[in-house]
Design a protein around this ligand. Structure first.
Ligand code: FAD
Length: 464
């Protein structure tokens, strides 16, 4: 079998690259070692986590906010088996959708572990062994959860996000190592469902990559929900005895704390996955973190092989992987696409949601850039009051002289969707004044963006 392009890995990077290649007229194959397509994102990442976040949020609202809205119902109960089953149905609908798209675009799907024999030959070890002959290759093999050398992930009591999406019971006390996006999202799910949740974080704040105002506000909201935080704590050991897990950590003042629970979720990040790919057969190297090294065009040291998504440097996000998939496909067709990595938004789907794009205040300070800040709180928004979602704020960072928007950071209801407006404004290099002079429908959460932009100009906000 001879192909123009072979994509290894069917996550959002790989399947999007394959579709764009096929649309551009290349005869395309995709290799996936699991039975279903869609990679981490669709099977054990973005989609199932959001399914459980939404279900647990419905439960939380039924328990805590319905009454105030004037809806009296008997005390709601969680049917966890059904919740997990629904999540499974959502995953299946999405992965089947990718299967359909492969067929529609006439992309040949090979199931099995792909590895390089040489730079134009891929061996697929599936039910039977097959060999693909190919002109170009796109590596999109993604990532796997990381751990610490002294932690034994037994996948029963000491688990990763993958197992946390498939539990058979609601934990009594889930201890989460790592206060990043994945840990906080899954922690929110189980906290809302009734578990005690403790987060142990090495840094002095959660979501350390995001703007520090967002960390502070999210900590407040999650504390209100009942999540306990152990910041500046260094985990030194995890022990399992029967159904009990003990996590030991050094506190900031040199003492040792022991947390006891029934599940420990290790969510300290993810590592690029290239196991068994045969990179040595094509002379491709990885960096210290195990990521495939590429040039700015995502080309590896082998001239016909490209790499995209979590397996290369940059944010480990589905939409970043997708952009890179499109970029490589279009480059292969002789086009000159471009990705603005500064404008890849980051989102945390807790409640309230957190979203950010562009520079954080910490980054601007470090770069010595003169900037202005404009913020607007949700509690001053009519729309937020109407829906009782008043936790949150919008923070706009703008150049001190030109008022060009340099960063948009939102915590609050619908932040995940609202951030697209920040991306659009920044892509067109809008100033805070530009956005503040655009009509925003009333009453909407987006009015907080307009008001925060006003706050970043000399005019000042109207409703505060
Ligand atoms: P992956 O999705 O990891 O896909 C790689 C694929 O390659 C896998 O299917 C794998 O089986 C296959 N593969 C690997 N090696 C081989 C081989 N040798 N042969 C054949 N196949 C191979 N990102 C977001 O943007 N938004 C979110 O809300 C979000 N939520 C997340 C929640 C969780 C719990 C997790 C774990 C991740 C989340 N992410 C989210 C991150 C997102 O899932 C990844 O950034 C994204 O999946 C990366 O896409 P990818 O195509 O690079 O790799």
């Amino acid at each position: 079998m001879k192909y123009d392009v072979t994509v290894i890995g069917s996550g959002p990077g790989g399947y999007v690259a394959a579709i764009r290649c096929a649309q551009l007229g290349f005869k395309t194959a995709i290799v996936e070692k699991y039975n279903t397509l869609g990679g981490t994102c669709l099977n054990v990442g973005c989609i199932p986590s959001k399914a459980l976040l939404d279900s647990s949020e419905h439960f939380h609202n039924a328990e805590h906010t319905f009454k105030e809205h004037g809806i009296d119902i008997p005390a709601p109960k969680v049917n966890f088996k059904q919740m997990i089953a629904r999540k499974g149905d959502v995953v299946k609908a999405n992965t089947d959708g990718i299967q359909f798209l492969m067929k529609k675009n006439k992309i040949d799907v090979f199931h099995g572990h792909g590895s390089f024999v040489d730079k134009n030959t891929i061996k697929v070890a599936g039910e039977k062994e097959e060999t693909i002959s190919t002109d170009k290759v796109i590596i999109a093999t993604g990532s796997k959860p990381s751990s610490l050398p002294f932690i034994n992930i037994d996948k029963k009591r000491v688990i990763t996000s993958t197992e946390a999406l498939e539990l058979k019971e609601i934990p009594k006390h889930m201890i989460i190592i790592g206060g990043g996006v994945i840990g906080l999202e899954l922690g929110s799910v189980y906290k809302r469902l009734g578990a005690d949740v403790s987060v142990v974080e090495f840094f002095d704040r959660i979501i350390p990559g995001m703007d520090s105002t967002m960390s502070k506000e999210l900590t407040k909201s999650l504390k209100k929900l009942g999540v306990k935080f152990y910041l500046k704590h260094k985990v030194t050991g995890v022990e399992v005895k029967g159904k009990n897990v003990t996590v030991k950590a050094d506190t900031p003042n040199g003492e040792v704390v022991e947390l006891k629970g029934d599940y420990c979720l290790v969510s300290i990040g993810r590592r690029a996955y290239t196991d068994g790919l045969g990179l040595e057969n094509v002379g491709i190297t990885t960096d210290k973190a195990g990521r495939i090294e590429t040039d700015d065009h995502l080309r590896t040291s082998a001239d016909n092989i490209y790499a995209i998504g979590d397996v290369v440097k940059g944010a480990m996000l589905a939409h970043k992987a997708e952009e890179e998939g499109v970029l490589v496909a279009e480059q292969l067709a002789g086009q000159k696409p471009h990705i603005n990595y500064n404008l890849i938004p980051g989102v945390v789907y807790t409640w309230p949601e957190v979203a950010g794009v562009g520079q954080t205040e910490e980054q601007l300070k470090e770069a010595g850039k003169a900037y202005k800040v404009g913020s607007f709180p949700y509690k001053a928004l009519g729309r937020a009051r109407a829906s009782m979602d008043t936790d949150g704020l919008v923070k706009i960072l703008a150049d001190k002289t030109t008022e060009e928007i340099l960063g948009v950071h939102i915590i609050g209801a619908r932040a995940a969707d609202m951030i697209a407006a920040g991306v659009t404004a920044m892509e067109f290099r809008a100033s805070a004044e530009d956005v503040s002079r655009m009509s925003h429908a009333h009453p909407t959460y987006m009015e907080a963006v307009k008001e925060a932009c006003l706050a970043a100009t000399d005019a000042g906000p109207i409703h505060m």
